[in-house]
Design a protein around this ligand. Sequence first.
Ligand code: ZN
Length: 180
Amino acid sequence: MIKGGNLLDIATDNDPCLKVRASEVADINDATIQQLIKDMIATMYNAQGIGLAATQIRKSVRIMVFYLPETRDDINHTGVPLTVLINPTVEPIGDEFSSDYEGCLSVPGMRGKVKRYQKIQYTGLSVNGERIDRVAEGWHARLVQHEFDHLNGILYPELMAEEDRLISFVEWKALSIVSP
Ligand code: ZN
């Protein structure tokens, strides 16, 4: 599925494309959309990210790609395989929240603490048009909420509490020695 993907430039910081609410994909079989998905996957892996939304590569369509490595899966410890989610929906389950540090390919070199729903249900279409309907918890849920926000033009620093500040990757690394 990754074969034939081109590397695209990832928009950062104040790039206006990051503030746009993306539109629904009308025809997922459209050749342009199918190529875009390949490009997004190649670009995400190349940048060593675990998620990428189409708005980050200046395409205003509701597509996200992500995967969760086993080591980041705090709930099931199995990881989540590479997932393409088109026209997604995200709904919270319950009212439990968790706070943790997130990074973003569009906010390079930084980390910030964000409060997210601990558990969600999300749906969407796969690259083949099959319906995806999953319940996610912990980091899986955090990752999906982060990418979903991108499709609505929201970057994580906007969600941080006033008393928290963005920290550099180096500062964050020092913190994570204390609390892995
Ligand atoms: Zn991001």
